[in-house]
Design a protein around this ligand. Structure first.
Ligand SMILES: [Zn+2]
Length: 182
């Protein structure tokens, strides 16, 4: 199976990437630059992919608008559409991504009905969508990360890094801390 993994350098997508590698997929990791202030995550993504011996490519997208102070409007939808385009053009069987249960409330494009619709759209391009963490909590994802040998400490979550360090206060930092400490 040829799988294109949407890889942000964060914990969730690192687990998806490691799962695909463990399953023996032929994997390409793709990181998206959409003007995020936390572009540092892309350096981590490249680094972690190298450590897993997975090829990594960076794709530039138009800068995405913020819907509120945290949420880029339709970020996952736009990245998935770009990934489906690449997968279709380059003969990948599927794309894989790390949306999870703890993101449902805030992010519309992390909800299960959204991905059912997206799967139907992707089918028109002969591309499957794997979203194996859609029902997983952050705590379950941390357990899975440890079982798969994911270098958790190298992953990046923070939305608002200060001087190259995680802020410890943003939504992503809080979710990460809660999951790692529980
Ligand atoms: Zn933070």
């Amino acid at each position: 199976v040829k799988t294109l993994v949407l890889f942000s350098g964060g914990l969730d997508s690192a687990v998806v990437l490691a799962s695909c590698v463990a399953a023996g997929d032929e994997v390409l990791a793709v990181g998206f630059d959409y003007g995020q202030p936390h572009a540092i995550e892309l350096d981590r993504a490249a680094f972690i992919a190298r450590g897993m011996n997975v090829p990594y490519e960076e794709v530039e997208l138009p800068a995405m608008p913020l819907a509120d102070d945290v949420v880029f409007a339709g970020r996952n939808m736009v990245m998935a559409a770009a990934a489906i385009s690449i997968a279709h053009a380059r003969g990948f069987d599927r794309i894989a991504l790390g949306c999870n249960a703890d993101d449902h409330r805030r992010f519309r494009d992390c909800r299960r009905d959204f991905w059912s619709a997206m799967r139907r759209a992707a089918r028109a391009y002969d591309v499957g969508i794997s979203a194996p963490l859609l029902r997983s909590s952050k705590r379950a994802i941390v357990r899975r990360a440890k079982a798969l040998g994911v270098p958790v400490e190298q992953t990046w979550s923070c939305y608002e890094p200060r001087g190259g360090e995680p802020c410890g206060e943003c939504l992503a930092c809080k979710l990460r801390k809660a999951a790692l400490c529980s």
